[in-house]
Every structure is written in structure tokens, then in C-alpha cells.
Design a protein around this ligand. Structure first.
Ligand code: BDR
Ligand code: CA
Length: 304
């Protein structure tokens, strides 16, 4: 039976590819998409989520807008990697519909309660919506299957030497997510920097269906931030992939905390060696099988 999932995201080129991966994979059923401020302001990320679902011909999947700013700190929507709209590059039409009237955290709660099977949350943006959901609906949060998030790294970052973007954009929300009692799997840069789509994959995807063409167009823009790399890391797709095929990643249980202070702000402190003696509160992805780009592009090529 397909695992029901909800993607909470900030599209975002790799978020868009993560959504298409979910739609292309019978192992999961995408029940809803919620948006958060992150790669771009909220009005762009929610519109982009709808534009991607429009492109894939999925008007049936509900989309809701969530937090338009982090819990505590000032908003940070950089615009350098994904462009000012969050999805610069491809020529996608405006969204065909408005988002749902419900706030994202209410839609998450509704979907968790309505699902006979435990729903898996896949956050691929800052964790503001997830922290707010867990605070507002603790009883419903206890019924969530797992949270498989893209974010963090064990010991390095991509915004600062310490911090990965999704954690850095709202460290307070990330800290709450890791310490809320949710069953958290952290898919960080340790593995996503080895999850590359290379030019040869894009050449093939350009000749595939509409999703393949969109993916190639997305990577064509996104790749400008990865000059000198063998390809572009499709970070967010790796979190969705972990739900589709758990054998792709090696997970290590450990205690994870998030630095919310001024020096190491946004760092995910992963106690992989058990130094603190604190009980594990997460599984951290520490290895990925080779050939993720082949696996991902095979999947995307299946979707028209
Ligand atoms: C994460 O930050 C964003 O730029 C991407 O969409 C991804 O979720 C990678 O650090
Ligand atoms: Ca993202």
C-alpha cells in the first residue's frame, strides 16, 4: 500500500522536483502540499507549489499557505540560488487556482486526522509550519507517522560554515521540531551533496515527458549556483526518496540539537558518536547509495 505523504515546502527548484518525484512514484501518495516562506516570500512559494501541480495535471491535490516569516528572527529570503520568485528559469504559467482557505497547519492537522494510515510529513523548507503545527495540535502531532525532513548537516553548512539553509532560515522552529517528540529523520547535506543530477541526465530528461522537460529547465537555472560541481544537488528530492525507497540511505540514530545562539546559529549538532549520552531523538542520514541521479531521472521520466 502506498505511504501517504504531505510535502511542506518552499519551491524552490529542488522542492519542485521533489513534488514531481512523489507524483511519479506509486510507493507514496501525495495527499497535500503546504508552503512556507523560505527560498522566496510565501506568496511566491505557494503559487509555485500550485504551478508545479498544474504542470503535472494534479488539481485534486490541496495546497495551503503557512507561515510568512520565521518564529522569532527576521525573515530571510535570499533569492540568489532560486531567483526572486523562488522558481526563476522555466516558463510556467501563473497558478490556476488560489490556495485553500485553511492555514497550512490546519490543513496538516486535517490530513493527519483523516488518514487511516499514519501520514508521513516531508518538510523541504524551513520548519516553521511543522513547529507551529506541533505546538497548536500536540495530540494530532502524536499521530503523525514520521517526519522526514531535508535540512542540516553533521558539521558543516551551505549558508554559513555551520548552517544549512532550511535550518538557518528558522533555527528556533528546527529546534522545536527535533525536540517535540516527533519521529524525525534528518536528510542533510551529508547525503544530498552526493545526490546530483548531471548534464547527461538532463539531456535525457529533455527528451522525456513534460515533467522531464520541466526538470531539465529547472536544473538549467539552478545549476548556475553549482558551477565546478559534477552536477546539481537535488536536496529535497532525497527526503521524498527516503520514503519511497528506504534502502537508498543509511540512517544513524542519535541525539540532534539545533544551535539557536549567535555564533553557531543554525548548526545541527548531531551526536553521532554518543558523546553527550543523551537519548536519540532522530535518525540522521549518513550515507547514500551511488547513482541517485540515475534513480531520480528514471523516476521523473515516467511522469508525463
Ligand atoms: C535547501 O535549501 C534550499 O535552497 C533548497 O530548496 C533545499 O531545501 C538546501 O540547503
Ligand atoms: Ca526547499
Amino acid at each position: 500500500m502506498a505511504v501517504p505523504i504531505l510535502i511542506d515546502c518552499d519551491p524552490g527548484h529542488d522542492d519542485a522536483i521533489a513534488i514531481m518525484l512523489a507524483l511519479a512514484s506509486p510507493e507514496v501518495e501525495l495527499r497535500a502540499v503546504t508552503a512556507v516562506s523560505g527560498n522566496a516570500p510565501l506568496h511566491h512559494t505557494v503559487a509555485n507549489a500550485i504551478r508545479v501541480l498544474d504542470h503535472a495535471g494534479r488539481p485534486d491535490i490541496p495546497v495551503a499557505a503557512g507561515a510568512d516569516r520565521p518564529l522569532v528572527q527576521d525573515p530571510f529570503t535570499p533569492g540568489d540560488v532560486h531567483g526572486p520568485t523562488g522558481l526563476d528559469g522555466p516558463d510556467l504559467p501563473p497558478p490556476s487556482r488560489e490556495p485553500a482557505a485553511a492555514h497550512a497547519i490546519d490543513l496538516i492537522a486535517e490530513q493527519v486526522e483523516a488518514s487511516p494510515e499514519p501520514l508521513v510529513l516531508v518538510p523541504t523548507g524551513p520548519l516553521t509550519n511543522i513547529a507551529l503545527f506541533a505546538a497548536r495540535y500536540p495530540d494530532v502531532a502524536a499521530r503523525v507517522g514520521r517526519v522526514v525532513l531535508m535540512g542540516g548537516a553533521a558539521g558543516f553548512g551551505n549558508v554559513t560554515p555551520n548552517a544549512e539553509f532550511n535550518i538557518w532560515a528558522d533555527p528556533d522552529a528546527a529546534r522545536r521540531t527535533f525536540t517535540s517528540g516527533l519521529d524525525v529523520t534528518m536528510v542533510g547535506l551529508d547525503v544530498t551533496h552526493r545526490a546530483l543530477i548531471e548534464p547527461s541526465h538532463c539531456e535525457r530528461l529533455l527528451r522525456a515527458g513534460r515533467a522531464g522537460k520541466l526538470t531539465a529547465d529547472l536544473v538549467s537555472y539552478y545549476g548556475r549556483s553549482h558551477t565546478g560541481w559534477a552536477g546539481s544537488p537535488i536536496h529535497d528530492a532525497v527526503a521524498v526518496a527516503q520514503v519511497i525507497d528506504p534502502g537508498l540511505l543509511t540512517l544513524t540514530e542519535c541525539h540532534v540539537d539545533v544551535d539557536c545562539g549567535p555564533v553557531g546559529r543554525g548548526r545541527t549538532i548531531c551526536d553521532l558518536n554518543g558523546t553527550t549520552g543523551l537519548p536519540a531523538n532522530a535518525r540522521v542520514a549518513t550515507d547514500i547509495v551511488p547513482g541517485f541521479g540515475d534513480w531520480l531521472s528514471d523516476r521523473i521520466a515516467r511522469l508525463d
